[in-house]
Design a protein around this ligand. Structure first.
Ligand code: ZN
Length: 64
């Protein structure tokens, strides 16, 4: 069964290679960040790499 693997992946493990919305390049170890943009009316979901998460104080969605 693969269900246990999916549970672990959803629990804060790196999502892997993806596009970082903060430095606008692809990077390893990006994490899903939920962004609530005040005034725009609709929040969004973006991915941030580890350096950008530290630089901008971003909290991964899975850690909320
Ligand atoms: Zn980045």
């Amino acid at each position: 069964m693969d269900e246990s693997t999916q549970t672990e992946a959803a629990e804060g493990t790196p999502t892997g290679y993806g596009y970082c919305s903060w430095h606008k390049r692809f990077a390893d170890d990006v994490r899903l960040i939920d962004v609530i943009e005040q005034g725009s009316g609709s929040g969004g979901t973006h991915y941030a790499c580890s350096p950008c998460r530290e630089a901008y104080g971003l909290v991964p969605f899975a850690d909320r």
